[in-house]
Design a binder for this molecule. Structure first.
Ligand SMILES: [Zn+2]
Length: 140
């Protein structure tokens, strides 16, 4: 059974692997790796197609929310052109500002169903050690 904890952490914009650090760098980008657990967000070619799918779902959700709200609030005299412009603008704004968030959500979905492997955990430990954060370093 998949754990949805990584997805929940991704929905908050934090590292889906550990949840200890914010990893959204700009509206378009996330950091190359988590500053806390050193999980790498540099993935294989094509990995971010999933994030684009998440972004399209967010845009579709925004589109539906605006158009349904517009129809419900103005029925039966719905102003078609202003509502069309409002839905277009909301979709444009979400598409422009939410790609970084879509990436953390996508990594959360991926980690929920495909947790970090032992090999990946070993790479994170090596990066943590290289960064001087080896276990026990703070106690010495
Ligand atoms: Zn992390």
């Amino acid at each position: 059974m998949a754990s949805l904890a990584p997805l929940k952490r991704g929905l908050t914009g934090r590292c889906p692997n550990c949840g200890d650090a914010r990893v959204i760098r700009t509206v378009w980008e996330i950091k190359d790796e988590c500053p806390a657990c050193h999980y790498s967000y540099v993935r294989e070619d094509g990995y971010w197609v999933g994030a684009m799918t998440v972004l399209m779902a967010l845009m579709l959700g925004g589109f539906a929310a605006v158009i349904i709200t517009g129809f419900v609030m103005t029925w039966p005299d719905t102003p078609v052109m202003p509502l069309t412009i409002a839905t277009f603008l909301s979709t444009l704004v979400i598409g422009s500002l939410a790609y970084g968030w879509a990436k953390t959500i996508w990594v959360g979905i991926d980690l929920s169903f495909n947790p970090a492997s032992d090999a990946e955990q070993a790479k994170m430990d090596a990066r943590r050690a290289a960064a001087g954060e080896a276990d026990g370093a703070a106690r010495d």
